[in-house]
Design a protein around this ligand. Structure first.
Ligand code: NAP
Length: 263
């Protein structure tokens, strides 16, 4: 797929993978619709992009029902979306036994229901035009579980399942669905991860600092979009190999995850 001139709606565009996606997609000639909560950060990203015609559309993914009511008018003014990238999300670092139920609801609201809502908002116009692409940034945590991430992993597994289903349903309409499962990538994800009370833990972690550089991860995501892949795992080291180890050696994998304090 040639990205030049494509209108791409990108959530989580204010930071990390989303900010870098915006930059690399704009350099390929795409026109971005930049979404996240932090409008000021979105404006800064917009001003840093190559090319013209980018717009900022602030939103809170945790408010899916309001988005479904309020966004159709704004989207109609923007025009047809060629590619939706559901990238906005939040992680978690807390043990199940310690974690408030409300924190589970928060993780599902942002990572899963936010993805479902944005996808609902574009699917009818894509079906009418018999073209389009829906991308979801799930995670290796959407393929394997490990300590401290029961709510995050649950929400990212849900995204993988949702994408598998809509890929099957929308194939006949010419709509392509890509699920991306990154391992550890050097962004603010650890800082922003929720603790047991649903508050950002506000510190980094070695696994993320030693993770893949964000520019390399985004290059692989863009290649997967251009090649219209269906699902890709992107990463390095254990975070890349974990789904394969789990698939072929599940007992070994489960013994490892019970021992590892992977943060
Ligand atoms: N970095 C990794 O190691 C890694 C690995 C696997 C998967 N991922 C996934 O990659 C995606 C991007 O994460 P990142 O690593 O780039 O982390 P990040 O730097 O923390 O960025 C997260 C983005 O999501 C947005 N966001 C968070 N909560 C939101 C909400 N309620 N409403 C709207 N936007 C919201 C944030 O913007 P605002 O704060 O402005 O709203 C920000 O733009 C996430 O889905 C994450 O789960 C990351």
């Amino acid at each position: 797929m040639n990205l030049a001139g494509k209108r791409v709606w990108l959530s989580g565009a204010s930071s990390g993978i989303g900010e870098e996606l915006a930059k690399q997609l704009a350099a390929k000639g795409a026109k971005l619709v930049l979404s996240a909560r932090n409008e000021q950060a979105l404006e800064q990203v917009k001003n840093s992009l190559m090319g013209q015609g980018h717009v900022v559309l602030p939103l809170d993914l945790s408010a899916a029902e309001s988005l479904l009511k309020e966004l159709p008018e704004q989207l109609a003014a923007i025009g047809d979306i060629d590619i939706l990238i559901n990238n906005g999300g939040v992680s978690q670092r807390s043990l199940f036994a310690d974690t408030d139920f409300a924190t589970y609801q928060q993780l599902m609201a942002v990572n899963y229901f936010g993805t479902v809502a944005l996808t609902k908002l574009v699917v009818a116009q894509m079906q009418a035009r018999k073209q389009g692409m829906i991308v979801a940034i799930s995670s290796v945590a959407g393929k394997v579980g490990s300590k401290f991430r029961s709510g995050y992993s649950g929400s990212k597994y849900a995204v993988v399942g949702f994408m598998d289903c809509i890929r099957a349903e929308l194939a006949a309409d010419g709509i392509h669905c890509l699920t991306v499962c990154p391992g550890s990538v050097q962004t603010r994800i650890a800082h922003n991860s929720l603790n047991e009370k649903g508050v950002a833990q506000n510190h980094s972690e070695q696994s993320i600092e030693n993770g893949m550089p964000v520019s390399a991860c985004v290059q692989e995501i863009i290649t997967a979009i251009e090649k219209q892949k269906q699902e890709v795992v992107i990463g390095q080291g254990l975070s890349y190999w974990a789904p394969t180890i789990k698939r072929f050696f599940p007992r070994l994998f489960n013994r490892l995850t019970a021992r590892l304090e992977y943060r």
